[in-house]
Design a protein around this ligand. Structure first.
Ligand code: ADP
Length: 324
């Protein structure tokens, strides 16, 4: 099952009957510290006892496939005995694919973990109701409130997960066109004014009417909603402001708050899925840990850039979009 077209990409070598590499391609040579594999044994080249043993067995006539880790690289190795008692060794670098698999596994594990918490809470409340609490109106009410709160959380989580997967699989088709940012910012302010008012926060937009960006209007609104929702959620007092500044070739939209700020060592990871500074606090506030990941994906899909600056005076999340 050797794909001939892959021969130039993969590291390939012929090992002779006595266990030395007889010929090798350039990719295989790079594995040797001397830059030349011919005349060395697979053990000398890779320092892998596992590969060396597999080559020995292949020289005895057994074809093999194995997964091999060399330093930080992962390889899929094919060993094929040839007619003259030689062995063809093929190493395919699968580091990227393995990394992507690991990311996917982590994501599924994280998502399942997030879903399990509200499901467990709903199940426990329902069982308590069924086993008698339903007869006591005050208790019944508080258990139903638990059910309702966690059902809402489940709904938000599944919505965010669906959004992310639609963006990543490009099913959320973005229609990029000139978009006036000011009316969208005003809509977002209107939408979230109630929550800000309840906390006594001043929420407003100073985006100038001239700010026209190349974007998808609905995606831009979603981006601003997520950023402003966060700013309102994590800010105890002061203000949340959307603004825009003209820059070479585009506009930088910002959502600035007077909240607690985010410690520097979290900043690099804050846009990752499920990454939170304080998981308990985020869940308490109804957060899913996916809001910023959705922001990043949408902005990337619109050909823009995102970032954050944060300090004792608050945080400023910014989105750079090309001018229309
Ligand atoms: P969440 O649903 O937890 O808010 P996000 O992806 O939207 O998820 O945000 C990730 C984390 O970034 C949050 O849990 C919070 O710790 C931090 N964060 C986001 N926005 C702000 C902000 N404006 N001020 C302080 N911390 C923030």
């Amino acid at each position: 099952m050797i794909d001939p077209a892959a021969l130039t990409r993969d590291a390939a070598a012929l090992v002779s009957k006595d266990g030395w590499v007889r010929v090798s391609n350039a990719a295989f040579d790079t594995l040797a510290s001397t830059g030349r594999a011919a005349g060395l044994t697979p053990l000398e080249i890779t320092r892998s006892a596992e590969l060396s043993e597999a080559v020995r067995r292949a020289l005895e006539g057994t074809a093999r496939r194995l997964d091999l880790a060399l330093g930080r690289q992962s390889y899929l190795v094919h060993l094929a005995p040839l007619l003259r008692g030689e062995v063809l060794v093929l190493l395919r670098d699968v580091t990227e694919a393995r990394r992507a698999e690991a990311t996917r596994r982590d994501f599924v594990a994280n998502a399942s973990h997030e879903l399990r918490t509200p499901i467990a809470a709903i199940r426990a409340a329902a069982e308590t109701l069924l086993s008698g609490a339903i007869e006591d109106p005050a208790a019944a009410r508080s258990f139903l409130e638990i059910v309702s709160r966690h059902a809402e959380r489940l709904a938000r989580l599944t919505q965010d997960l669906l959004d992310l997967s639609r963006i990543e699989s490009r099913q959320w088709e973005l229609a990029l066109a000139p978009v006036h940012a000011a009316p969208i910012a005003r809509q977002v302010v209107e939408l979230l004014a109630g929550g800000a008012r309840e906390k006594g926060l001043a929420l407003g937009s100073t985006v100038p009417d001239g700010a026209v960006v190349k974007a998808d209007a609905r995606a831009l609104e979603q981006v601003l909603v997520n950023l402003v929702e966060n700013a309102v959620k994590y800010t105890a007092q002061g203000s949340v402001t959307i603004s825009a500044e003209r820059e070479d070739g585009g506009w930088v939209l910002s959502v600035a708050d007077t909240g607690p700020g985010i410690e520097r060592h979290h900043l690099a990871r804050i846009f990752e899925r499920f990454y939170r500074v304080d998981a308990g606090r985020s869940r308490e506030q109804g957060g899913t840990g996916l809001g910023l990941a959705i922001v990043k994906h949408l902005v990337k899909a619109m050909g823009g850039d995102v970032g954050v600056e944060s300090g004792a005076a608050g945080s400023r999340f910014w989105v750079r979009l090309p001018a229309a």
